[in-house]
Design a protein around this ligand. Structure first.
Ligand code: GLA
Length: 385
């Protein structure tokens, strides 16, 4: 069952003395292919999901934000003008977004808010981007900001960088802002150009298998992966000063610095160059209706993420191998890694058997349950009332 407006409104009324405000929502995301390419100026291929965050918001005539997390039953009041802000992560996202909006000239005032979400936490479906995008969209609308959607996505990304400590790319916030029901999007993270691809694969479904290993990017080696990429770019720059990201590097450029960078950095960059090519191959395959090739590329991505980029774990590798054994068309880690979900392209005939096998075999191997999440592509950030 999906979260509804009423779930949030009833709590807002209870918490804020019978008043009501305006309701906004923004979704989590999936990504068909193009992982760890966004901060390298490459391509990504995400779509918004139906699960997301819903928030009710009402200006309160002060300089304070009074926020209630319905899921965590946690309340906190903090000032917009305090430099430090709250420590709890869920309130910090809201604080960070408000501050980043102010930095961009939006006249944010104090407000009361209650919020809840149905993106499984730690699943790699970007519940954090859903939260950031909800508030970025809402504060822009409510306080007469005129930031465009790309700038609002950047507000979310800057919140991660400056208030949470994750040096993420733009994919999650882009998907959460720009999502469109029934379509995936290919974003060129270097130029910012994007294209909608209707997603209606005849005979196939997308399903996520949540390993329930909690994916956590704060304090994880995510920033370290990004650093490896930058190390290689800096080495290439010595000869080619115009190179800004790995996207600008050719395979020859990479080979030319093989002896100048560490073996680990070299391997990681090799994965990224391959992944940039794979996204384009998948786009061509999709246009031709060739889902077998799409699936093959997904397995290749997993191989690279697991062996070269090293962001997998035993549980995720197991789920991908299980998919392969079942004859599933494509399967791989989705999102940043270090836990969370695999994304699987499954033919309709195999779906029931595959899902059943995952439940049984995962439990047998790890003594805990995995969760099945069917993918429905939904809309991006919006006002609900
Ligand atoms: C996380 C980050 C994104 C992206 C993915 C990996 O979701 O927030 O910017 O780097 O990992 O593709």
């Amino acid at each position: 069952m999906r979260l509804t407006i009423d779930d949030v409104r009833s709590r807002f009324i209870k918490h804020f003395d019978g008043t009501t405000g305006t309701i906004y929502a923004a979704p989590g995301r999936i990504n068909l292919i193009g992982e760890h390419t966004d901060y390298n100026g490459g391509f990504v291929f995400p779509g918004a999901v139906e699960q997301g965050m819903i928030a009710e918001i009402k200006p309160n005539g002060t300089r304070n934000i009074r926020a209630y997390s319905i899921d965590l039953k946690d309340y906190y009041e903090f000032s917009l003008d305090d430099e430090k802000g709250p420590r709890s992560t869920h309130f910090r996202y809201i604080f960070g977004v408000a501050r980043e909006m102010m930095k961009r000239g939006v006249k944010v005032e104090g407000f009361d808010t209650a919020f809840a979400g149905d993106v499984p936490l730690g699943s790699g479906m970007s519940s954090s981007a859903a939260l950031e995008s909800t508030y970025a969209f809402a504060l822009n609308d409510m306080f007469g900001g005129n930031l465009d959607k790309m700038e609002l996505a950047k507000v979310g990304q800057a919140t991660e960088h400056n208030y949470i400590g994750v040096n993420c790319g733009i994919m999650d916030q882009f998907a959460s802002m720009f999502g469109q029901k029934g379509s995936l999007m290919r974003l060129d993270c270097r130029s910012g150009e994007y294209e909608y691809f209707p997603w209606n694969p005849k005979g196939y479904k997308l399903v996520l298998i949540n390993s329930c290993v909690k994916h956590e990017l704060v304090g994880s080696p995510y920033n370290d992966r990004r650093q490896s990429c930058e190390n290689v770019v800096n080495a290439v720059k010595a000869n080619k000063p115009n190179v800004e990201t790995l996207r600008d590097c050719t395979w020859d450029d990479l080979e030319s610095v093989k002896d100048k960078v560490s073996e680990v950095d070299y391997r990681r960059a090799k994965y990224v160059l391959g992944e940039v090519d794979r996204v384009l191959a998948v786009c061509d395959a999709l246009k031709a209706g060739d889902y077998e090739t799409v699936g093959e590329k997904m397995y290749e991505t997993h191989e690279g993420l697991s062996k070269d980029y090293e962001v997998s774990c035993e549980e995720l590798d197991f789920l991908v191998e299980l998919a392969r054994d079942c004859g599933v068309t494509g399967s791989r880690i989705m999102g940043g890694g270090f836990g969370g979900c695999t994304i699987n392209l499954v033919s309709n005939e195999l779906y029931a058997t595959f899902v059943q096998e995952c439940k049984v075999q995962y439990k047998k191997k790890f003594g805990k349950a995995c969760k099945i999440i069917d993918v429905f592509i939904g809309d991006g950030a919006r006002k609900l009332s």
